[in-house]
Design a protein around this ligand. Structure first.
Ligand SMILES: Nc1ncnc2c1ncn2[C@@H]1O[C@H](COP(=O)(O)OP(=O)(O)O)[C@@H](O)[C@H]1O
Ligand SMILES: [Mg+2]
Length: 386
């Protein structure tokens, strides 16, 4: 049996990567020309995949450009960040681990990093600082890439995923100031900072009183259009000796509102239940399976929100926009205007809804389908095409 041509759950940058020609070109141009770039989109739309694709291509073509990729998802303090930053910069600066160990002496004056490699240096290289010393000399770490680049005649592209996590560190405001002050002087290092929490990212980059204001170009990553998905899905089936007609292939992104992760997931489930040719029956079977598989997750989402928040979500689901009108407040029992405004913020901060052109939308299209079925008994199945 052939492997599925559809992938979800990890980043896709080679096999299952589609479209994004415009974004690929723009990001690649920016990063090669020293333009710091911020990318913002809700989670699972394709930021990490795009950055991985672009930087892999760059690294292949430009041998003097070194790429550093750090995911801040599980980094929870300034010290941890600085250690990860130094470790990854040193690691990408050379392919020889002997040089990594030497860099401890070559590039630090105040700090004395403890460096060690294990049996497999690639996966087992560690770096630690004395945290007391580190707090006094963090500039030395922050300027490390520029200094190495200067000495070795190379350039760095430093990509920091889930960058908004930084603002949860203790003394975050101070740290942001320090980062900006150092990084903006770098000539041989370009930064790509991206994240999923839109409100936090815009607060960092779009607030004129914050240090990262105007740090670089801001890209709001859009969704991939239906026509591109349709082609991608059709080709995926063909490559693996199965078939799907064009109109059925278009239903997959349509029902998933072009959400990258879910389009791939539904395409995969459809491909899986298809023996030879997929039609609406197969897509519906796949959709049922997908919703069922995710149901425990969706139930948990509901369990953690309050009754008025749930009611507000129902009103959003029904397409209401005037939440503080007396009729809407009464019909959905969403409480006072103050409750509404507070709950809106909570639903946004919890990544359940987002604002699009003044109205609110569910962020997760499959959760929305489940929600409609659960609370309004609306079927999510696709009607057969005539
Ligand atoms: N360009 C793309 N082409 C095809 N599928 C994509 C693309 N970008 C993302 N995806 C799908 O979406 C999923 C989530 O992508 P990811 O890059 O992890 O998003 P983010 O970093 O924005 O959370 C991937 O696992 C993949 O299934
Ligand atoms: Mg990501």
């Amino acid at each position: 049996m052939k492997d599925s041509p559809f992938i979800y759950g990890s980043t896709v940058s080679v096999h299952a990567f589609t479209n994004r020609e415009v974004e690929t070109k723009k990001l690649s141009g920016n990063l090669l020309n020293g333009i710091n770039t911020t990318i913002i989109s809700p989670r699972r739309w394709g930021k990490s995949s795009l950055v991985e694709k672009v930087t892999t291509d760059i690294a292949k073509k430009h041998k003097n450009v070194k790429v550093v990729l750090i995911d801040l998802f599980s980094v929870s303090s300034e010290e941890e960040f600085l250690e990860a930053f130094a470790r990854e910069v040193i690691k990408s600066s050379s392919s020889k681990w002997q040089e990594w160990l030497a860099s401890g002496k070559d590039f630090f004056k105040q700090l004395t990093p403890k460096l060690s490699v294990g049996v497999d240096p690639q996966s087992d290289f560690s770096l630690g600082f004395d945290w007391k010393e580190l707090s006094k000399n963090s500039d030395e770490v922050l300027n490390l890439p520029e200094n190495i680049a200067n000495k070795k005649n190379i350039k760095f592209i430093i990509c920091l995923d889930e960058f908004q996590n930084l603002s949860t560190f203790n003394h975050a405001a101070n740290f942001e100031k320090k980062l900006r002050a150092n990084w903006q002087r770098h000539k041989l290092v370009t930064y790509c900072l991206y994240g999923s929490k839109r409100h936090m990212m815009t607060e960092i980059f779009n607030n004129a009183s914050k240090p990262f204001y105007r740090f670089g170009d801001i890209m709001l990553l859009p969704k991939i259009e239906t026509a591109k998905w349709q082609q991608f899905i059709t080709e995926g089936f063909e490559k693996t000796s199965k078939r799907i007609d064009a109109s059925t292939a278009a239903c997959i992104p349509q029902v998933m509102k072009n959400h990258s992760w879910y389009v791939q997931q539904l395409a995969h489930y459809t491909w899986n239940v298809t023996a030879k040719k997929a039609g609406i029956t197969e897509v519906n079977a796949a959709l049922t399976e997908l919703i069922q598989a995710n149901t425990p997750l969706y139930q948990r989402e509901i369990e953690i929100i309050s009754t008025t928040q749930l009611n507000l979500l129902k009103a959003i689901c029904k397409g209401e926009t005037r939440f503080t009108s007396a009729a809407v407040m009464k019909e959905y029992a969403i409480g006072t205007p103050r409750n509404v405004s507070k709950n809106k913020t909570i639903l946004i901060n919890n990544d359940i809804v987002h604002e699009v052109d003044g109205s609110y939308e569910f962020l997760d299209p499959a959760f929305e389908l489940w929600f409609k079925k659960q609370y309004f008994n609306q079927s999510y199945l696709i009607k057969p095409l005539i």
